[in-house]
Design a protein around this ligand. Structure first.
Ligand code: NAP
Length: 470
């Protein structure tokens, strides 16, 4: 998503001498890697689109994953990006020497560049659970982001580990399709009800003829999201967050009839502390015949299924590990070597960081999109990446115009940003007593801790005094 964006915007800004390296044989990032049943984006489609490439054809308010992948492929084709992608080029090393980056690939080839944009994604490397006996399971076992389409699920006994956004979408899609569905829950989730209507032919026709109608939807959704969610995450005491919590409680109370199931599903922490689940049908799916929620912990995996701590064996044909991602990687495992041999791995040994989520001291002319400390959590990462790239291009312009040859965040600006970010992180909703992938090894939220309006303002123009220009 952000690599395609970079190509389009670089060209628009007059930089046509660029290359895009893609390790796979197809573009699409998240939307290529994930292909699980029920895959969708819970950000409304007209917001989860590039601002410059509205799509009148979105089928639903929250459109399914294959449609999103087709959208990115279509945009890449229309903007002539696909022909600039070098497929099968896995970058293994970026090293800065004599004012330029040398870029090495796994296939032994190399390239050189003045500027590197790391559009390498966030939720990229599957986190495999450390479950005893997993390798002894005789059925099919795979991570949600590595769906095994050779393993049939229809009519089978399917177990799902995890209750994050991926698992919830899978449960909703598979309930009623499989013989038995068992959801292994370690931690319950708050679920915000949403409706997912299809766009009518009349609505799509209007979007086709009046692009301003799409812009109107986008504006309305964006403003509602910013005011009703994104601006208040940094203030755990906000009444808006309390209203979200109350809506989730009402959804649980009103949707789950069986009091035992209801209590198993009731989280002990506040809504939006973990990433909020948005679903029109998760609770319905859980109450279908053949679907069961198991909240006793997993003892181990055996050859015929999963044994829980109460001693019960849950026999399964397929085990889906919807257990999330290793979120501390970002551009890694690429080895990044900056000025005077500075290693990114060493700088990030206690966790990744970047000034304004984009620039790291001693890595000149190297910028991250959706990098560490970016806004995350129910956001349109397209919107985030577009704003970040607008900022980055202003920095690149400094190099392009000859105002300087190299620039990166100064250590002082980085230290100040980090101290302010840490302080603000304490007051966020993510720091109110739950465990989630937003937290670093010290238990502090890593995401942008201020309002989204502050992010928009910060991205409008770089403070050049915070950069080390040479
Ligand atoms: P996740 O939110 O990290 O959830 C992982 C789940 O696996 C959690 O319920 C976790 O339990 C459980 N788990 C992990 N290890 C386990 C173990 N050893 N035993 C039992 N349970 C275990 O992962 P995800 O659902 O893939 O979602 C990751 C992120 O992807 C989301 O937060 C979101 O940003 C993005 N996403 C977005 C969409 C969308 O529609 N926009 C859809 C899917 C994913 P605990 O809670 O107890 O740790």
């Amino acid at each position: 998503m952000s690599g395609i964006l970079c190509a389009i915007k670089l060209r628009e800004a007059g930089f046509d001498d660029f290359a895009i390296y893609e390790k796979a044989d197809r573009l699409g990032g998240t939307w290529r890697e994930n292909s699980y049943p029920g895959l969708a984006c819970d950000v409304p489609s007209h917001l989860y689109s590039y601002s410059f490439a509205p799509n009148p054809e979105w089928s639903h308010r929250f459109s399914p994953g294959p449609e999103i992948l087709a959208y990115f492929e279509d945009v890449a084709r229309r903007y002539g990006v696909d022909e600039r992608v070098q497929y099968g080029k896995e970058v293994t090393r970026c090293a800065f020497a004599n004012g330029r980056w040398s870029i090495e690939m796994a296939d032994g080839t190399a390239d050189e560049a003045d500027v590197v944009l790391a559009a390498t994604g966030v939720l990229h490397h599957p986190a495999m659970p450390d479950l005893e006996g997993l390798d002894t399971f005789e059925g099919a076992a795979f991570h949600s982001a590595r769906w095994d389409h050779d393993a049939p699920v229809v009519g089978k006994r399917v177990g799902i580990v995890g209750t994050g956004s991926s698992a919830i979408q899978i449960v909703s899609a598979l309930a009623g399709q499989v013989a038995e569905l068992t959801l292994f829950q370690r931690t319950p989730q708050w679920v915000m009800p949403v409706e997912n209507p299809a766009y009518s032919e009349a609505e799509k026709a209007e979007f086709r003829t009046r692009p301003e109608a799409i812009e109107g939807v986008r504006e309305a959704v964006s403003r509602a999201f910013i005011d009703g969610f994104a601006n208040v995450l940094g203030d755990a005491d906000s009444p808006v967050l309390q209203a979200i919590h109350d809506a989730c409680v009402a959804n649980l109370e009103g949707s789950v009839a069986d009091p035992i199931l209801r209590e198993k599903l009731r989280p002990s922490y506040r809504a939006a502390c973990k990433r909020l689940i948005l679903s029109p049908d998760f609770y319905d799916a859980l109450q279908r015949p053949g679907v069961q929620l198991v909240s006793e912990g997993i003892e181990r995996v055996e050859k015929s299924g999963v044994r829980t701590r109460d001693g019960q064996l849950h026999e399964l044909d397929v085990l889906v590990l919807a257990t999330g991602f290793r979120v501390d990687q970002f551009v890694r495992p690429i080895e990044v070597v900056g000025r005077s041999g500075a290693l990114l791995d060493e700088a990030w040994q206690h966790g990744p960081f970047a000034y304004m989520a984009m620039s790291v001291p001693d890595l000149p002319n190297f910028f991250l999109l959706n990098g560490p400390n970016s806004p995350v959590g129910n956001f349109s990462l397209i919107d985030v990446a577009e704003r970040q790239l607008g900022y980055i291009l202003q920095l690149v312009e400094q190099v392009g115009s000859g105002a300087c040859r190299e620039l990166c965040a100064s250590p002082e600006a980085m230290a100040r940003f980090d101290a302010e970010r840490r302080e603000a992180a304490r007051r966020t909703i993510w720091n109110t007593g739950c465990k989630s992938w937003y937290l670093d090894e010290d238990g502090l939220p890593t995401a942008w801790p201020w309002s989204f309006d502050r992010f928009i303002e910060a991205m409008s123009e770089p403070r050049l005094e915070d950069y080390d220009l040479r």
